[in-house]
Design a protein around this ligand. Sequence first.
Ligand code: ZN
Length: 242
Amino acid sequence: MTYAIISDIHANLEALEAVRSELERIGPDKILCLGDIVGYGASPSKCIEITRELASVTVGGNHDCGVTGLTDITYFNRYAREAIIWTARTLDDAGLEFLRELPLSHVEGGQFRIVHATPQDPGRWNYIFTHQQAMDEFKAFSEQICFVGHSHQPCIFEMMDAETIIMNSDNVKIREDRRYIVNVGSVGQPRDSDPRTCLCIYDDEQGEITIRRIAYDIEQAQTRIKEAGLPPVLANRLSWGE
Ligand code: ZN
């Protein structure tokens, strides 16, 4: 099977359309979404609609849960909070209901796990940046691979025995004797200084994980963020991928 795993769309329709075109070209067997469909961007309703069409499973992210009141929004920074309040006003009841029902963790076919933030406590919205954080998280799931989002920085942690390596590669061959935490990056608001949209392909027969980047119409996404009256910083940062 070939899986496409996408995350952190953040209501960026232009980025999601570019990803959808790429997915039509690749033709994965299954598409999974790691949450944060909304927040920051100007197209929450449309992005929910497209994600529902594309993804067979979506897990909830902190922005999704902030919008529905399941997560306290005082924890977000000022701009994120403004966008969450705007999003909650913009969505219709069906959109809000969809976000409210999202699970926080899912095991796909008994084979690998998906969460937005961390497998250990997915509703606390912690991040995995360091070796030590990755080691703690490996203890919290039993599958070989866990796919995560949340940081908007694609990254692969490989664990062998009691050690974790951070792999700065966009292509990794899965080894039977090792385990993996894979951050699939962000569709709609990359923060690794590469402004292109990001998605992950996992081929379980070839045992291969690939991170792909695609250019999209950033200017159009920025124009619509500004036109919606959202904080301009949320538009500007898309240019730098930060
Ligand atoms: Zn996010």
